[in-house]
Design a binder for this molecule. Structure first.
Ligand code: F6P
Length: 528
């Protein structure tokens, strides 16, 4: 099927995107999917009926549906680690049993959720003013992204997220806090991550140094109850989850505790419900009407078929400012692999580089390259129909207009003749007119998709996050990648461990390469 998709991809540029709308007045309806109250518009791409059908066939041939069913059935599809992939169980609020090794995990999931809710309500009703979540990667990005996204619903204590081992992160956070009214969450699936454990120890010392007992001030979110106990956090303050929840898929369970404390149990469950609705849609909708599948197919089309190495995620929603960073881990840690499940070299490119910033800010920064640079960057816009600031409706109108304008501009571009007219109006003439006009040409015919949702509510955020999770799954399944391990993060961790005593001067840098030695020398000399 790849051959057929690539054959169609090679001739896709023969018809400009804009011309496709002229040829087919129904194009927007045919290449736009309404589901779960949202609209995913992928009509401003080079996809046509034939290429979409070929991509759907590619997904079928890759066994996407069977792989999806194996995931939901709790089979160990993360087979380099021998683990099931069942983050969906964390939001299976009113669904049936979910079996792992023949055992239903749902009673445990519900009991943990209820315990989280009890603690969250207790904290919300206490004198705690600030909660610091200490975690990194999947134990940080999800709750940090969602806390900002759902600010209008945050009526509990303020939350802070400390992740970086750079002491600046925790120092700048603690400086603003009162030790008497601050609570710490140590979020780490493994409870061994060096950054998190270093920051947690610093937080404990901060309390000790101020004569405030750390008893009852720490909570642990981890799969490793033993390590949490060794660290001195009693079992009743440890919230566990199974190894069938991957770090970057974990915000739906205990790792979401900071969010739950901020927005309350009810809103948190609405977030879960949104995710569960997307799961149901993903499981039941036919591939050609399945939102995560179509989002994945546009991704495969742009990245593996058309050869564009990156994709920009551009939320026109300032509260989704951390979404691109969240998606960078979700997508790049999942599908940034070099081999297939069987260990053979990938025949296609791995998942793309994902990047982005909220609109309209990005427009005044990097959109220049998106519009006129020589590399094509497929753009994924998203925007809410309604904002949360009714008194500032005119702001939201401008936001929506800008989002839609960017998508339109990428498609239309501006021809040399149009640019000449503009320059003539400005009074340019002759060779100078020609030179000026060339600077004002936009090639256009650049693809983008737009996701529109009614409002950024907890439920909508749940749908959006689950949409992207399943998109990653489908792309990984088509590329025959294990999207659930992350061996690529290991080597750097190992080398950092060996460099630790070298940068303190306790061990010699002998045996390291010349560059590393020169860099270490510079650091050591500046410490003398
Ligand atoms: O280094 C990568 C990683 O393992 C991520 O996959 C994970 O989300 C993050 O580190 C944090 O891990 P933990 O939750 O175990 O501290």
């Amino acid at each position: 099927m790849w051959d057929e998709v690539k054959r169609l991809g090679a001739k896709a540029h023969e018809t400009r995107i804009e011309a496709r709308f002229k040829e087919n007045s129904n194009r927007a309806a045919e290449f736009g999917l309404h589901a779960l109250g949202m609209l995913f518009d992928y009509s401003k791409t080079h996809l046509d009926e034939a290429s979409r059908a070929a991509l759907v066939a590619l997904a079928q041939t890759a066994g996407v549906e069977a792989k999806r069913d194996r995931m939901f059935a709790g089979e160990p599809i993360n087979d380099t680690e021998g683990r099931a992939v069942l983050h969906t169980a964390l939001r299976n609020l009113d669904g049936g049993p979910v079996l792992v090794d023949g055992e239903d995990v749902m009673p445990g999931v519900r009991a943990t959720l209820d315990r989280m809710a009890k603690l969250a309500e207790h904290v919300r009703g206490s004198d705690v003013t600030d909660v610091v979540n200490i975690g990194i990667g999947g134990s940080d990005l999800g709750p940090a992204m969602a806390y900002l996204a759902l600010k209008p619903y945050a009526d509990g204590p303020r939350c802070h997220f400390v992740s970086n081992v750079d002491g600046a992160d925790i120092a700048d956070t603690l400086r603003t806090l009162d030790p008497e009214t601050t609570m710490f969450i140590v979020a780490s699936k493994t409870f061994t991550t060096i950054e998190t454990m270093t920051n947690a120890r610093t937080a404990r010392a901060w309390l000790d140094d101020r004569g405030v007992s750390h008893e009852g001030r720490f909570v642990a979110l981890s799969s490793n109850a033993e390590k949490a106990a060794e660290w001195g956090i009693p079992a009743d303050r440890v919230f566990g989850f199974g190894d069938w929840v991957g770090g970057r898929y974990s915000m739906w369970g205990p790792i979401g505790l900071a969010l739950m404390i901020a927005i309350g149990d009810k809103a948190f469950r609405a977030f879960l419900r949104g995710g569960q609705e997307m799961d149901r849609h993903f499981k039941s909708a036919p591939l050609h009407q399945n939102m995560p599948v179509l989002l994945a197919l546009t991704g495969i089309w742009h990245n593996q078929v058309m050869g564009h190495a990156t994709r920009a995620v551009l939320p026109y929603d300032n509260r989704l400012a951390r979404l691109p960073a969240y998606l960078q881990q979700l997508e790049m840690e999942s599908n940034g692999k070099g081999v297939t499940i069987d260990g053979d070299p990938l025949a296609e490119n791995s998942g793309p580089v994902v990047w982005g910033e909220p609109g309209t800010n990005g427009q005044h920064a990097f959109y220049q390259l998106i519009h006129q640079g020589t590399r094509v960057v497929p753009c994924e816009f998203m925007v809410a129909a309604v904002g949360h600031e009714p008194d500032l409706r005119h702001h939201h109108d401008l936001l929506v207009a800008n989002c839609l304008a960017q998508s339109e501009a990428l498609m239309r571009g501006r021809s040399l003749d149009e640019a000449r007219d503009i320059c003539a109006e400005k009074g340019f003439e002759g060779a100078e007119l020609e030179r000026q006009a060339r600077h004002r040409v936009f090639p256009g015919d650049r693809p983008s998709t737009v996701l529109v949702y009614p409002q950024l509510t907890p439920e909508a955020l749940g749908k959006i996050v689950a949409l992207y999770e399943h998109r990653v799954f489908v792309e990984g399944a088509i590329l025959d990648i294990n999207s659930f391990d992350q061996w690529g993060v290991e080597l750097g961790k190992e080398l950092a461990t060996s460099l630790g005593p070298i940068v303190t001067g306790e061990a010699s840098s002998e045996g390291k390469d010349g560059s590393t030695r020169a860099l270490v020398d510079f650091v050591l000399r500046h410490r003398e």
